[in-house]
Design a protein around this ligand. Structure first.
Ligand code: BG6
Ligand code: MG
Length: 225
């Protein structure tokens, strides 16, 4: 296969909900918090929290419902994170979505640069406990490395910088509306994953599997900057 058109191109992966089946545990943890705070919460509201930091998530879900001071915000987000970590530590290697290793191995046969860019400060621990092979990636950026949460493009621009590829030559794979918006603001291509509403994306698929590696090749083949 001639892959010259994949040179100087990069694919940037979100972690929660794209490579790892961990997004559901954020939902379950926030659902418990919402019931303790006695506020309405459902999957539709949760979808807006995907990719967004824990503090901003809390502010979104309580907006117009209850007022919280900084001390309460810290206490509640710390508790949410403890609930979340409890779930994911129990799940361990089950976190890795089926087919991810094959998908990444196929991309690794090409000149493409691969990076993870997650808004989560837990990303390094999640990678360890899920057994996701770090060797697949040329760079990993987590919420510990930057300050501005998605939809700000900072996390993706940082990943592009780490792999040395111009933003216009990067394709972001995301399950979050905030992540797709961050990719657009960074002038990167968008590959939306999952069933929930993400607006228009260059590529869309329910999940990542060997059969949709070709979507990525097609995208770059037709993508002249
Ligand atoms: C993202 C998740 O990956 O990480 C969000 O999709 C989560 O749901 C976010 O809130 C930030 O994580 P945290 O807890 O480190 O601020
Ligand atoms: Mg995500």
């Amino acid at each position: 296969m001639n892959t010259f058109y994949l040179e100087n191109k990069a694919v940037i992966f979100d972690l929660d909900g794209v490579l790892l089946d961990s997004a559901e545990y954020h939902y379950l943890a926030w659902k418990k918090i919402a019931s303790e705070l006695n506020i309405h919460f459902n999957r539709k509201i949760n979808h807006l929290l995907r990719g967004v930091s824990r503090k901003e998530s809390l502010l979104i879900m309580t907006h117009g419902k209850i007022e919280l001071d900084e001390k309460q915000i810290t206490e509640i987000t710390t508790r949410k994170n403890a609930l979340y970590l409890d779930f994911v530590r129990k799940a361990g290697e089950k976190l890795l979505f089926d087919g991810i290793n094959d998908f990444l191995a196929e991309l690794r046969k090409t000149p493409l640069k691969l990076a993870v860019s997650s808004g989560s400060r837990n990303a390094p621990e999640l990678i360890d406990i899920s057994g996701l092979k770090k060797d697949f990636f040329h760079a990993v950026v987590s919420g510990q490395d930057f300050t501005r949460s998605k939809p700000d493009p900072e996390s993706f621009l940082m990943a592009a910088g780490k792999v040395g590829i111009n933003a216009e030559n990067c394709l972001v794979i995301e399950d979050a509306p905030a992540g797709i918006e961050a990719a657009r603001r960074a002038r990167m291509g968008t590959f939306g994953v999952g069933n929930a509403e993400l607006g228009s994306c260059d590529i869309k698929a329910e999940s990542l599997s060997l059969k949709n590696v070709s979507f990525i090749f097609e995208y770059f083949k037709n993508h002249e900057v």
